[in-house]
Design a protein around this ligand. Structure first.
Ligand SMILES: Cc1ncc(COP(=O)(O)O)c(C=O)c1O
Length: 496
């Protein structure tokens, strides 16, 4: 039998859960009887029976090889890694661990400016110093793409002390980077390449989805398995490349530092199952999804004012490849906004997109969609667009334009100078001062405007007139400010 057809950890806890053992251990719900009946009815007795701690005889102990370790080995084989670690605190935990392992105090690492907040949070934990590199930005649709190899080359030439590079591929919108070229550049400058592939756990499992960064020379790759594959929310996998430059023992130690001593068995088991599903059935399931996608795209194509932008982006700056499971729809042709279309889809058809901005709507597909479901979504899109266009033409748009946050071009170029490491800024003495007085001071907080969610200011950066101007523009445009202790930005927290 193909070893990938087995799921040793899932099987071990399912067996323990079903054999009526005397559960003289935590958790206190004891597999069901101690749980609130409402919870029991909602999630089912089987889930409670399989909620077991580590160190159970017959599960983790008294066996030749611990099933969790075997499950991680199978994940490493399936993904083409030298080592894989199951994470129970999301890809966030992976970024924290990687920062701790690769960016100790005083070490400089190059970081894509629009990385997930957990990378800079990891540097707050570790004491490392970021040198930011800007991704390519598409101002027509207001979306940041990936880092271009030439841009990375320039940044690394100016940062000879850097020892690792952290990039994101694919982006939230499904755009993937030229990883072989980024790996070549990083390695030529003596750096390890870390790829946050959180949005691409399915990459490499079908010829029509992009290849996995692990098979393209990355040294460490993070897959947020719960986002785009079949594991439970909060589960993820961190992988080390086959020929990795990262110190596996250091990563192992760091992962233990940032994990609970009671990792959730259901999350771990779900990773084992998701890996099996992708490894054994991934290609046919993705095949079916991609066939269903053709019908969905056809419907969107026939919808007035809607245009799918993903495939047309290929080849533009920062766009090496595009994930077909992310359907980015430019809605400007309807005369309305992504917010209006998103709200109408929910209200009229109970269909809920992943994200709506003023110009676009993003639909996220899983690797195992049913064609009928996708056809139903396509029909809902078509009808919604037609009705919205009619309403716009009749002058009764669904949404008050004053309520709609507009996109403010983000500060993706490293405009701000990192004066002190994020850790010193975040943990040091701080004070809240009026925004008007903040120019020249060092920020103690991380602030991003939604939309588009790209951090404009990070702890340790000097606040420039451009940053203050940018915040004013965000507030004026009605954007929400994420991370700011005072969301109205009457005051901002700076290092004292
Ligand atoms: C690129 C990226 N990395 C990491 C994360 C964190 O993932 P998780 O929610 O699994 O902790 C996210 C979450 O959205 C993300 O977009």
């Amino acid at each position: 039998m193909d070893p990938q057809s087995s799921a040793p950890y899932l099987d071990a806890i399912a067996a323990y859960g079903s054999r009526g053992s005397g559960r003289m251990h935590v958790p206190g719900h004891k597999g069901g009887p101690g749980a609130d009946p409402g919870l029991r009815a909602a999630i089912g007795e089987r889930a409670l029976l399989m909620d077991v701690p580590q160190g159970i005889y017959g599960v983790d102990l008294g066996v030749d090889i611990a099933p969790q370790l075997r499950a991680e080995q199978l994940a490493a084989e399936a993904y083409g890694a030298s080592r894989s670690w199951f994470l129970t605190n999301g890809a966030t935990q992976g970024n924290h661990a990687l920062a701790l392992a690769l960016a100790p105090p005083g070490r400089t690492v190059v970081v894509q400016r629009n990385s997930h907040a957990s990378v800079v949070d990891g540097l707050v934990l570790s004491g490392g110093r970021p040198q930011f590199v800007a991704p390519a930005y598409d101002d027509a649709i207001g979306i940041a793409h990936t880092v271009e190899p030439a841009t990375l080359d320039d940044t690394l030439s100016q940062t000879p002390e850097a020892s690792a590079v952290f990039v994101v591929s694919p982006t939230y919108f499904g755009v993937s980077a030229d990883i072989p070229a980024l790996a070549e550049v990083a390695h030529r400058h003596g750096c390890a390449l870390v790829v946050d592939q959180s949005w691409g756990p399915h990459f490499g499992f079908h010829p029509d989805v992009p290849e996995s960064a692990l098979r393209q020379g990355a040294d460490a790759v993070l897959t947020s398995t719960h986002k785009m594959a079949g594991s439970l929310t909060q589960s993820a996998i961190l992988h080390a490349g086959l020929d990795t430059r990262i110190d596996i023992a250091a990563v192992d130690r760091a992962i233990r530092l940032v994990r609970s001593t009671s990792p959730n068995s259901l999350l771990l088991a779900s990773l084992d199952g998701a890996r099996r599903q992708l490894a054994v059935h991934g290609e046919p399931l993705l095949d079916r999804t991609l066939r269903g996608l053709v019908e969905l795209l056809g419907r969107i194509d026939r919808s007035p004012g809607l245009e799918v932008v993903g495939p047309t982006l290929k080849g533009s700056p920062g766009v090496h490849d595009v994930d077909p499971l992310k359907v980015v729809i430019d809605v400007r042709g309807t005369g309305s906004t992504g917010y209006a279309i998103g709200q109408a889809l929910g209200a009229w058809h109970d269909v809920h997109p992943e994200l709506a901005t003023d110009t676009a709507v993003l639909l996220v597909l899983g690797p195992a969609e049913r064609p009928d479901d996708l056809a139903m979504v396509g029909l809902a899109m078509e009808r919604t667009a037609a009705r919205i266009v009619e309403e716009v033409e009749a002058g009764k748009a669904q949404i008050d334009e004053d309520d709609v946050p507009r996109i403010v071009e983000p500060l993706i170029a490293p405009q701000s100078e990192t004066v002190i490491p994020p850790r010193d800024a975040f943990l040091g003495e701080a004070e809240a001062i009026p925004l008007a007085d903040a120019v020249g001071r060092i920020s103690a907080e991380s602030i991003a405007g939604y939309p588009p969610g790209i951090p404009a200011l990070l702890p340790g950066e000097r606040i420039t007139p451009a940053v203050v101007e940018h915040f004013r523009a965000l507030l004026e445009a009605g954007a929400r400010l994420h991370g700011a202790h005072d969301p109205t930005l009457g005051t901002i927290t700076v290092v004292r």
